[in-house]
Design a protein around this ligand. Structure first.
Ligand code: OAD
Length: 236
């Protein structure tokens, strides 16, 4: 009798680096957004209270740019893993490039740039048509809409969900994140013991290589497709 075997589960944690080769700036590299913009003026609840117009303008610019770029080889390669594995992507990115490439299970820890939410009821979330969100754009209860972004100082509501996903992983792949922003960076410590972990990043290694941790010092668009082929051909 045919016995159904459970698919192995791969969890991918992504950061801004995976979208860099699509043309989206990271936050902390030499040309990163937080090198030219002061996050406290743009990405905090206090910034929103002080100058909502400036905050809206910043995210409108990001959204306008997002509409002009495409997923890259790394986003597309990850979708292929779904043929063989139970693949879950947990992303810190607010872009929609994983979805546009075709990934089906994507959890956005830090929100989504192409959505807006009500300032009185966080459950009222809307797609933004085009790039612009303005003062005066209101939810169905009549309150101003804000970007659907988790700002510094705000809770990461989906963190527990992410922990649950990561804790079931048989392999963890971490791509293009500086791992300095918590709680997201702490997800690495929620895996089962000794599962294989791959880190892909062209920057300096953040951990020393161990028997289960492999650091691939390369850009996502070249390293991810190669690793994906290896996982599809040979497993892990
Ligand atoms: P960072 O800008 O902190 O880190 C980007 C990482 O990507 C660095 O380690 C780079 O070396 C790496 N990188 C650069 N180019 C790459 C490439 N072509 N391929 C692969 N990796 C590359 O971005 P995050 O770690 O994502 O939060 O930042 C975490 C959070 O901080 C963001 O989600 C954002 C920010 O404030 C919010 O907006 C709420």
């Amino acid at each position: 009798m045919y016995k159904r075997t459970e698919m192995e589960k791969i969890v991918v944690l992504t950061g801004a680096g995976i979208s860099a080769e699509s043309g989206i700036r990271t936050f902390r590299d030499g040309d990163g957004l937080w090198k030219t913009h002061h996050f406290a003026d743009l990405a905090t609840p206090d910034a929103w209270r002080r100058n909502p117009e400036l905050v809206l303008e910043f995210y409108n610019d990001r959204r306008k740019q997002l509409l002009e770029v495409e997923p890259n080889a790394a986003h597309f390669a990850l979708t292929k893993l779904e043929k063989k594995y139970d693949l879950h992507i947990v992303t810190q990115n607010v872009d929609d490039l994983h979805e546009r490439a075709g990934s089906s299970k994507v959890l956005h820890l830090h929100g989504e740039l192409r959505k807006a939410r009500s300032t009185i009821n966080p459950d009222l979330i809307y797609n933004i048509d085009g790039w612009e969100l303005k003062l005066g754009d209101k939810c169905e209860k009549g309150s101003q809409l804000r970007p659907h972004i988790v700002w510094f100082g705000e809770p990461v509501d989906d963190f527990e969900k992410a922990v649950e996903i990561v804790s079931c992983a048989d392999l963890l792949l971490v791509i293009g994140t500086s791992l300095v922003v918590y709680p997201a960076a702490g997800l690495l410590y929620h895996t089962k013991a000794n599962i294989p972990i791959y880190l892909i990043d062209p920057g300096e290694p953040k951990f020393s290589q161990t028997s289960n941790l492999t650091f691939i010092q390369d850009k996502a668009a070249s390293a991810v497709p190669k690793l994906v082929e290896q996982l599809l051909d040979k497993g892990f």
